[in-house]
Design a protein around this ligand. Structure first.
Ligand code: PLP
Length: 246
């Protein structure tokens, strides 16, 4: 008997979705190889750098394909867009990496596992108060704005310590480390300079806050420079998924 409900299995290659699968799988493999090689070359232990896929502006289908490759954590910058995607992938870990205003803290506190873009103590207190008791403490990185950076958010380097101290005292937040988005500069030497500044501050703060284990720096265009300087997490969007669609 013919089963009309069953999709034919032999012709999957003709679906455009399959091109996306191949593209992401291939790029993921290449990016992992570059990360490994960079760890190797600079004396970093293998596996010490985590690749966080940044899925903002990418259709949910690409997240689904990436999950099939065994990846379960994603970075998102916009609350509403992220909530849509979470409903389709409830078993994933979500990192909020966008600018965070006070009026968005509840949605973030209730739905995310990490906030990497904390830049204000008022936002820290609200996230702490709004984190539901049934969930574990929210993982937090303090975003540091290095000089010359175009992005408006982030605390000045000199204020990072104060905000870290505040986070470390809030019971529903768990201080994990620092994050930065340096100004776009060409050439690895120039890129490394900014990353080195943050890495030195990270090492210094770690003596006061030994619970810090995350130095989140490096994006598609500069992640190798970030790894050389000590990044433990690189946030990759376009290098993994291709151009954003919105
Ligand atoms: C968009 C974004 C990324 C990813 O950028 P790509 O250049 O696409 O890799 C990483 N971090 C933050 C904070 C972002 O907003």
């Amino acid at each position: 008997m013919v089963d009309f409900h069953r999709r034919p299995t032999g012709n999957r290659r003709i679906f455009p979705q399959s091109d996306i699968v191949t593209g992401i799988a291939h790029r993921l493999e290449k990016l992992r190889a570059r990360i490994r090689e960079c760890e190797d070359r600079h004396g970093r232990p293998p596996g010490s750098v985590r690749l966080l896929p940044v899925s903002k502006g990418q259709p949910a289908a690409r997240i689904a394909e990436t999950r099939r490759l065994g990846i379960t954590g994603f970075g998102e910058s916009y609350l509403r867009e992220a909530l849509d995607k979470m409903s389709q992938a409830p078993d994933c870990q979500w990192h909020f990496i966008g600018p965070l205003q006070s009026n968005k803290t509840r949605g973030v506190a209730e739905n995310f596992h990490w906030v990497q873009s904390l830049a204000r103590s008022k936002v820290a207190r609200r996230l702490n108060d709004q984190r539901p008791a049934r969930l574990p403490p929210l993982n937090v990185c303090v975003q540091v704005k290095l000089s010359g950076e175009e992005s408006k958010s982030g605390v000045a380097l000199a204020d990072a310590e104060m905000l870290c101290r505040e986070v470390s005292r809030l019971p529903r937040l768990r201080l994990r480390g620092l994050m930065t988005i340096p100004a776009r500069v060409a050439g690895e030497d120039a890129q490394r300079l900014a990353f080195r500044t943050l890495a030195m501050e990270f090492q210094r703060l770690r003596r006061q806050f030994p619970e810090m284990d995350t130095l989140s720096m490096g994006m598609s265009h500069d992640f190798e420079a970030a790894i050389v300087e000590g990044a433990t997490m690189v946030r990759l969007g376009t290098a993994l998924f291709g151009a954003r669609t919105r």
